[in-house]
Design a protein around this ligand. Structure first.
Ligand code: SAH
Length: 255
């Protein structure tokens, strides 16, 4: 799949594309990321990409015309009209379900806003999906684009150990349970802390059951909305329901 990123800050991308487990996906072109510096598509000596908002008010607005030229160049290079994804606090919340959907697609254009945002006419004309990272305001769309690329790249075949992302939080609708590693007994000044014995038992059935129960317990405590959604989607077995029914009622989580 291919992503063409329209950005005023292309230099923010390189370290993220060349580090960690996702590096292979980016370097092999499994997730082919091409950067289009918007300044290259600006007009005049000043290479203007932004201007003051009509009607007054603070800040600057990204101009439609340089964006149009950049998009035309991407389209000519791809030989097709790809989906155009933009980032905005008002967009659709980024969830693992949306990541999975995009990871199964052909990619598209990622449009990174800056300043007060992008001239609405360009958004109305071209943007097919607006994505939000959450209810807070960042200074640009580059971090959201990197977050999306990272989440998509780790789902590509061969990036993680087989099936490891299938156990991740949200992929089956629940939070993942806790993880432990060596030493079996961690000696601290406050005493020795063992790992849960079932994990050392070598009994795969028991371990799977224990992990499922920890995922249910953690989700019920921290994110009861996920339990409700999993139930609605028919993802809870009779055994899951028996386990949940036997859990002590947790007091509401403080913010
Ligand atoms: N004036 C805008 C915020 C502009 S912030 C408003 O009040 O809605 C500049 C750019 O950062 C935006 O165009 C967008 O691309 C990006 N951005 C900021 N917060 C974001 C968020 N929560 N999710 C996704 N993108 C965000």
């Amino acid at each position: 799949m291919r992503f063409d990123v329209l950005t005023l800050f292309p230099e923010l991308f390189a370290p993220h594309l060349a580090s960690g487990v996702t590096r292979r996906a980016f370097e092999s072109g499994q997730v082919d990321v091409r950067l289009w510096p918007l300044r290259d598509f600006a007009d005049g000596n000043y290479r203007r990409v932004d201007d003051r908002p009509f009607g007054g008010g603070p800040g600057m607005v990204m101009l439609a015309e340089p964006l149009q030229r950049a998009l035309d160049a991407v389209r000519a290079d791809r030989g097709a009209a790809p989906a155009v994804i933009s980032f905005s606090p008002g967009g659709r919340a980024l969830t693992q379900a949306l990541v999975q959907q995009l990871a199964a697609g052909e990619g598209g254009v990622l449009l990174c806003g800056r300043y007060e945002g992008i001239d609405q006419r360009f958004i109305d004309r071209h943007v097919t999906l607006e994505i939000s990272l959450g209810d807070y305001v960042l200074s640009g769309g580059e971090l959201p684009a990197l977050v999306l690329l990272d989440a998509i790249a780790r789902l590509q075949p061969g990036v993680l150990q087989a099936a490891s992302h299938e156990q991740d939080s949200f992929s089956d609708g629940l939070l993942e349970g806790p993880a432990y590693s060596r030493p079996e007994l961690w000696c601290t000044p406050d005493g020795a802390i063992p790992v849960p014995p079932v994990l050392l038992s070598g009994h795969h059935g028991e371990i799977a059951r224990w992990r499922r129960q920890r995922a249910l317990e953690r989700s019920a405590r921290l994110r009861p909305d996920l339990i409700a959604a999993a139930r609605l989607a028919g993802r809870l077995s009779a055994e899951d329901e028996r386990f949940l029914a036997a859990l002590p009622q947790a007091p509401p989580r403080s913010p």
